[in-house]
Design a protein around this ligand. Structure first.
Ligand SMILES: [Zn+2]
Length: 121
């Protein structure tokens, strides 16, 4: 069996990785006041547990600094699908869809790197 790979050992690439980013926002239920009053009864806000803030999350894609392919491994998983893994000089490994050839960062690539929308956990 002959396996064709997108990259070769020695190719210069950049790795895309996803990171979960978190930010704190003012609680929309108590508006940061930490408590709510219903029918003249004041109680700790049930939405933020009295913190006045809640967390929002999003997945952000980042580009790593330039690195080099040092090894290639093919794997056949349980689904019998062939996966090509590229081992990198910086210690990580990645599939071809998470690698970009060095010097070929296009606007299409940058579009892929825009973080997804913030969402509440
Ligand atoms: Zn609240």
């Amino acid at each position: 069996m002959i396996i064709k790979t997108k990259y070769n050992v020695g190719d210069r690439v950049l790795r895309i990785y996803t990171e979960n980013e978190r930010r704190r926002i003012k609680c929309p239920m108590c508006e940061g006041k930490q408590e709510i009053t219903v029918n003249k009864i004041t109680t700790s806000c049930p939405n933020c547990s009295g913190a006045g803030e809640i967390s929002e999350y999003r997945n952000a894609r980042h580009l790593e600094t330039r690195t080099e392919i040092t090894g290639i491994k093919s794997e056949v998983g349980f689904s019998k699908k062939l996966t090509i893994l590229y081992y990198l000089k910086n210690g990580y490994y990645a599939t071809a869809e998470n690698l970009i050839p060095d010097g070929r960062i296009t606007s299409k690539t940058e579009k892929r790197l825009i973080p997804e929308k913030w969402h509440r956990a």
